[in-house]
Design a binder for this molecule. Structure first.
Ligand SMILES: C[S@@+](CC[C@H](N)C(=O)[O-])C[C@H]1O[C@@H](n2cnc3c(N)ncnc32)[C@H](O)[C@@H]1O
Length: 316
């Protein structure tokens, strides 16, 4: 049975962050530049949680779209995890819970899937969806992947799609993941790969950068493409104690019926990109949109089909 999400005691509301933290979050997390490990990781986490809480409505509205467009990623992640009947599987940074829901029938009634995210609004959506799908072996919880409130070696498998790359303290998150996995337990996660193969993200970032709204990305800073470098991804996993690393490329397409639809996708669900756009005045938003429309023209005029390359990393 899916439980109601537990809410953290503080720091989740729009007024929770101090002005300095919001400023910090724009420069460091949202603008993906000036990344500096000396910054306050707790403030980074609060700002990120607040940002993703605000994206929950957009992800809820597009649950079916993501389900259809990114199903190949789910299939490869589950194939690599290979959960068995009776297993306990934890999904981290689960958003609306799509990957964990797909694992639910594989672990069966004797198993359990913990679908978790640190943004309470995302967990609210996942809870509602799990209940509507009558997924009795799914439990939805608010959990921060960087500080997991779960016992050692409690999981047979961990899933995380498009989550790790956004975490300011990624080494801590990977160590926490290894800690909750039993010996022989497997991680199967997905990140976006080579920037050149992800124009859906690089083109808007390019426009925003060239117009002075974001700084050039700094190595190591959290962001959509932060784990595109396979060597860095492999190194981080190895440092956290993982072995038997396997990387699989999965290609998918984001299809939009119009430029308006692509623009809403960016402003409703695209995390940092959405926040930077929201901070621009109407005239500047229109200019950014027009410039982007010209750049995506080669991908279709009526229907725009933008490719994406996802890397599924699995390890023991
Ligand atoms: C791009 S969305 C992906 C959602 C979902 N995994 C999917 O693929 O449909 C990123 C998610 O990561 C979550 N997230 C980011 N940092 C997190 C952290 N430290 N702990 C838990 N969740 C986190 C956000 O709240 C957001 O829901």
């Amino acid at each position: 049975m899916c439980r109601s999400p537990m809410r953290p005691s503080a720091g989740t509301g729009p007024l929770a962050a101090q002005k300095g933290e919001l400023l910090w979050s724009r420069r460091v997390v949202l603008r993906c530049g000036h990344y500096d490990q000396r910054v306050d990781l707790e403030a980074a986490s609060r700002a990120s949680r607040q940002l993703w809480d605000s994206m929950a409505k957009g992800w809820d509205a597009r649950h079916a779209y993501f389900e259809a467009s990114a199903r190949p990623v789910v299939d490869v992640m589950l194939e690599r995890l290979a959960p068995r009947s009776g297993d306990v599987v934890v999904e981290l940074a689960a958003g609306t819970g799509m990957v964990g829901f797909a694992a639910s029938p594989l672990v069966g009634p004797g198993g359990r899937v913990i679908v978790s995210d640190f943004a309470p609004a995302m967990v609210d959506v996942a809870t509602r969806l799990a209940n509507s799908l009558a997924l009795d072996n799914v439990e939805c919880r608010v959990l921060d992947a960087e500080h997991l409130d779960l016992p050692d070696q409690c999981a047979d498998g961990v899933l995380c799609r498009w989550g790790y790359m956004l975490m300011p303290d990624l080494p801590a998150a990977l160590r926490e993941t290894r800690r909750i996995l039993r010996p022989g337990g497997r991680l199967s996660c997905a990140v976006f790969g080579d920037p050149a193969e992800n124009p859906w993200a690089t083109l808007p970032m390019r426009v925003l950068r060239e117009r002075g709204h974001v700084d050039p990305p700094q190595a190591g800073a959290p962001g959509i493409l932060a784990l595109a470098d396979r060597d860095r991804l492999g190194g981080l996993l190895t440092d956290a104690g993982f072995a038997d690393l396997r990387l699989d490329d999965v290609r998918l397409s984001w299809r939009f019926d119009s430029m308006d639809e692509y623009w809403s996708f960016l402003t409703d669900v695209a995390g940092a990109i959405a926040t930077v756009i929201a901070g621009l005045d109407d005239t500047e938003q229109r200019s950014v949109r027009d410039e982007l429309a010209a750049l995506v023209a080669p991908y279709g005029s009526d229907v725009i089909t933008l490719p994406a390359l996802v890397v599924v990393a699995s390890a023991l």
